[in-house]
Design a protein around this ligand. Structure first.
Ligand code: TMP
Length: 237
């Protein structure tokens, strides 16, 4: 598949056109940002890890009946994906209180929920990705009621699959963010990435953070944490 002109450069990935109008190539960078781009840095080797991890997890999800944009891994950093128009919602599933949830509701990080929660934010950097409910999303025509129902069903399905998989790796899936897209025929598929950038992953025994919170919170050992979580994953695929 020939890589054509760059369509877009995001905070963590570049997106290129191909000869096929329905397919794109994403290229994962080592750049890291946090707090809506306020904090900037580099996590050496992150692009390679996130590319591989996202692809392995998406292939598992496909097998479990959840459609994704994944087509084929092309190289260490590059993957062929189905072209989608992104639904401008960031969908977050939480199994355990942490991050903005703990801050917003004044609860300690680590509080385990009986059932997972779901929330959506409007994917809009200028507005700082404000939290919204599904009525707001429908009113703003960001998605239809049917699309939101599909997205919720897939999101909880992804959580069940990933939670079980990470458990086998000795890792607790605390929370994670997903983005969905529409194919040209309107089919909703899981898009973007699933990686330590977009998930909170804690060592099940020690509680050690093996994700981007090490960067966000200046905890040190960022590269080691990415390498460790990748090692856990490849031992179990
Ligand atoms: P939060 O607690 O800061 O709302 O984050 C919830 C989850 O979403 C966490 O796993 C990190 C992920 N996330 C992203 O992937 N991108 C973002 O821009 C934010 C704010 C969080």
């Amino acid at each position: 598949m020939t890589k054509r002109e760059q369509l877009y450069e995001g905070k963590a990935k570049k997106v290129f056109q191909t000869d096929d109008p329905e397919l794109l190539i994403v290229s994962y960078k080592d750049d890291a940002t946090a707090f809506n781009g306020l904090k900037k840095g580099t996590i050496s080797g992150k692009g390679v890890i996130n590319n591989r991890m996202s692809n392995l997890l998406m292939q598992r999800l496909e097998k479990a009946g959840i459609p994704t944009h994944f087509v084929e891994e092309l190289s260490e950093r590059e993957t062929l994906v189905k072209k989608v128009s992104i639904v401008p919602l960031e969908v977050i599933i939480r199994n355990i209180a942490a991050g903005s949830f703990s801050k917003r509701y004044g609860v300690e990080e680590g509080l385990v929920f009986d059932t997972p929660t779901i929330e959506v934010s409007y994917k809009n950097d200028e507005l700082g990705d404000p939290l919204m409910n599904e009525y707001h999303a429908i009113a703003l025509k960001l998605a239809t009621k049917e699309e939101i129902e599909t997205i919720k069903k897939y999101s909880f399905g992804v959580n069940e699959q990933l939670k079980a998989f990470w458990k086998e790796c000795g890792v607790t899936l605390v929370d994670f963010k997903m983005e969905f897209g529409r194919l040209s025929d309107g089919t909703i598929v899981l898009a973007d990435e699933i990686s330590p950038d977009t998930c909170r992953l804690w060592d099940s025994k020690t509680g050690e953070k093996l994700d981007k919170d090490r960067f966000r919170r200046d905890l040190g050992g960022v590269e080691d944490a990415y390498r460790e979580i990748m090692k856990r994953l490849v031992e179990h695929v």
